[in-house]
Design a protein around this ligand. Structure first.
Ligand code: GAR
Length: 206
């Protein structure tokens, strides 16, 4: 990675794309020294693809293959190839609802990050805001972390807390967490783009 050029981002998402919008708009505003180069989705009509095209960022739906929770081997090769062809340096998961496996992790070793809607290591996995509400915690939040071979288990880059209020529903809590996500993700990508981060064991410093 060069010191002077903006960090080249490949963004993967399956849904609405609000985190992508937060990161892309922070890049466009100059607050994050990075450039979204390619957006890929496993869902043909995902909102994230429309948001990318509106911003003139190349966006593609690539079929994920025969599995429900991951890319199959053939699809995985296509996804890796597309990202490499676009010169992507950092893969940013923004609501990507499939687990990435060995070949993908090896192709972008230490260069994949994710945002998760809880304060990890609490509530990994699906619908983390609902897990937090059902458990009865009074504080939850969001976490940006490196992706490893586990589920939401990689080294933590940044976290932001969010209160759980008495009248919360799953929807109102997720909405409040998303507002925090939209602040946290650009800040974390900015730190990654400054290329000053280092990892000591599980601790991400800088
Ligand atoms: C976000 O809340 C993100 O944390 C969550 O999906 C939502 C995507 O929203 N991701 C996960 O749960 C991953 N395990 P968006 O499409 O509007 O960015």
């Amino acid at each position: 990675m060069s010191e002077t050029t903006p960090l080249r981002l490949g963004i993967l998402g399956s849904g609405r794309g609000s985190n992508f919008v937060a990161v892309a708009d922070a890049c466009a505003a100059g607050a994050v020294k990075a450039q979204p180069c390619l957006v890929l989705s496993d869902v043909e009509n995902a909102g994230i693809l429309g948001h990318a095209r509106t911003r003139q960022i190349p966006a593609r739906h690539i079929p994920p293959g025969k599995f429900r929770t991951r890319l199959d081997d053939e699809a995985e090769q296509v996804w890796i190839h597309e990202l490499q062809q676009a010169g992507v340096e950092l893969v940013v998961l923004a609501g990507f609802m499939r687990v990435l496996k060995g070949n993908f992790l090896n192709a972008f070793a230490g260069r994949i990050v994710n945002i998760h809607p809880s304060l990890l290591p609490s509530f990994p996995g699906l619908e983390a805001w609902k897990q937090a509400l059902d458990y009865g915690v009074k504080v939850t939040g969001c976490t940006v972390h490196f992706v490893d071979s586990g589920i939401d288990s990689g080294p933590i880059i940044g976290q932001q807390s969010v209160p759980v209020l008495d009248g919360d529903t799953a929807e109102s809590l997720h909405e409040r967490i998303q507002l925090a996500e939209h602040e946290l993700y650009p800040l974390c990508v900015a730190r990654l783009a400054s290329r000053s981060m280092r990892i000591q064991g599980r601790r991400v410093i800088g």
